[in-house]
Design a protein around this ligand. Sequence first.
Ligand SMILES: Nc1ncnc2c1ncn2[C@@H]1O[C@H](COP(=O)(O)OP(=O)(O)O)[C@@H](O)[C@H]1O
Ligand SMILES: [Mg+2]
Length: 370
Amino acid sequence: MAGILFNHVYKRYGKYKEVVVNDFNLAVNDQEFLVFVGPSGCGKSTTLRMLAGLEDISEGEIYIGDKLVNHEPPKNRNISMVFQNYALYPNLTVYENIAFGLRVRKVPKHEIDLSVKRAARVLEIESFLDRKPSDLSGGQRQRVALGRAIVRTPEVFLMDEPLSNLDAKLRVQMRSEIIRLHKKIGVTTIYVTHDQIEAMTMGDRVVVMNKGVIQQVDTPERIYERPVNMFVASFIGNLPMNFIEGKLRENDGYLDFCTNRGSLRLTAGQAARLRKSRLINRDITMGIRAEHISFDEAAIEANPHSLMTGFTMFNEFVGSDRFYHMDIRSGKLLIARSQCLREEGERVTMAIDMEKALFFNKDTEMLLTE
Ligand SMILES: Nc1ncnc2c1ncn2[C@@H]1O[C@H](COP(=O)(O)OP(=O)(O)O)[C@@H](O)[C@H]1O
Ligand SMILES: [Mg+2]
């Protein structure tokens, strides 16, 4: 087993040397389950393929353990990969599919048998080792593909959107099976997905990427609560974070965030930090998540200095929650979570939980911390 290190790694493609992976720096811990997440085309697969040796590295260094692997062919890197299109050999049985890679490597027959059965046990597919892939469900096939990857114990597992072809219910089930598998065998794993829910539920740490650049590397909790910029704040979360524009104004010793739908009083800690940023009286952006906006009478009474008004446009009932799309200024929408029932078009007062508000530089879109 081994950690992985990316040191100033770049990938440039084509005649115009378009940069698709841009100064990628990352240390993956031994035995970690790390997730790369980002929109389609942001460079996740390319980064993974450089690590696997399937793609040249334009610049920089990649280490697996202590070993510089830039010029090692894929077979010397001791990596197993699972892809989105887990093509199994249709004419081979499950057993033969799992054994295939070992046969190619001329592993003795009895060793192959032990390895295949061990992998099948871990994945609970022992009872259909004799079947052909066409006799399996999608989830079972996916497990066979995983079996092919874990039949040898590599130093590193790479999984590139392995669940994208499965239906929603199966995806949820396979998510937990992959995590369980990882806990059992503890091999350093990089898992790629464009799905933020998958990233948040699976990763020990999550690497958020955009346009070839790492935006943030952090635990799911930190990424949700302290996104470093507006891209991360809107990409992560079942709903994107709400952004409201306004100006910071001094008010009788307090600092208020003034919008044309109400003023919101900053906490003492926020005020102290933002006074240092020299953005008083300038346009800045406040971020607030739907669950920190309340229609509740008690919340409104408790926060008389942090109220906004808006008009309900429509709401979405999702069983556990109801999400209200609020018009706070001709066409500008804000999404609030509330159990209260409100009519369409009703004027509503909203209490903002300012403890949870974040402030971003309007131009750089970076979180304002100091
Ligand atoms: N062989 C290639 N030649 C030129 N451009 C490529 C090649 N492979 C990928 N790209 C480009 O690199 C960017 C990143 O692609 P990729 O790593 O596949 O993104 P992701 O996996 O995050 O969806 C995309 O803009 C893609 O078009
Ligand atoms: Mg990809």
